[in-house]
Design a protein around this ligand. Structure first.
Ligand SMILES: [Zn+2]
Length: 248
């Protein structure tokens, strides 16, 4: 009987399914009327087997997680974890600063810091600004951190100061960016206004008004000319006209 149930589950890739709050089974493929009848008849046994398998999988998973947790606790009990300011330098000499807890290990006669095992990293993001508190900590001798980094052990007071200064620096940078954007928008508006006034002047006087005068390499239409002066005019009818003068 068990063998027949296993065969049917495999043959029709049967899985547990829920529809409209009802528990049932999903069958793949197109069974004949006779096959449907057999599946219906054996439904309780098939469902029981599928549930048994699910429970077995869940138990294995729970066991795996319990073992992992046990190993993690054993690691935490013996690991030399210290709060650090860490800096990684990449091949382009870009530095990435973080505050995180690192695992210190004796290695080749020295002490090296590494990311903690079991993905226990508590890094909350990077410190983008090299503030005075950061420079003060980094001015001291640090420990090797992995292959290309340095780590400095910090006190809770130092961490608080590093974070406070970082927050201030972020705020100042955002303020500056907002001011620059405001100045850019204002400059753009003033430029557009001046352009508009030139078109109004052209319309009022019936004469072209110079919008801009630029220079560039010759377009090649004149022999032995290397520099062209390009003048753009606002015309009385609201269009623009470009004149090219060959300066030779
Ligand atoms: Zn030219």
């Amino acid at each position: 009987m068990k063998k027949r149930i296993d065969t049917l589950i495999k043959k029709w890739s049967i899985t547990l399914a829920h529809r409209n709050g009802q528990e049932g089974m999903a069958v793949r493929g197109k069974p004949t009327a006779a096959q449907v009848a057999e599946l219906r008849q054996l439904k309780p046994e098939i469902m029981a087997e599928l549930k048994r398998r699910e429970a077995e999988k869940e138990a294995a998973r729970a066991e795996f997680l319990a073992e992992l947790e046990e190993k993690k606790q054993a690691y935490l009990a013996t690991a030399d974890l210290r709060r650090c300011l860490a800096c990684i330098t990449d091949e382009f000499y870009n530095r990435t600063w973080t505050i995180e807890t690192l695992d210190f290990t004796e290695q080749d006669g020295g002490t090296v810091a590494y990311q903690p095992d079991f993905r226990l990293s508590d890094c909350q993001g990077v410190l983008k600004h090299e503030t005075s508190a950061l420079k003060a900590v980094a001015g001291e001798k640090g420990f090797a951190y992995g292959m290309a980094g340095v780590a400095w052990v910090i006190t809770p007071e130092q961490e608080a100061q590093l974070l406070a200064e970082q927050a201030k620096a972020v705020e100042a940078a955002e303020k500056e960016a907002a001011e620059q954007e405001k100045a850019r928008v204002e400059k753009e508006a003033a430029k557009e206004k001046a352009r508009q006034e030139k078109f109004e002047e052209a319309q009022r006087t019936g004469e072209p008004v110079l919008l801009e005068r630029t220079s560039g390499p010759c377009d090649g239409s004149v022999v032995e000319c290397s520099l062209d002066i390009i003048c753009r005019y606002a015309m009385p009818d609201g269009t623009t006209k470009t004149e090219r003068h060959h300066a030779h």
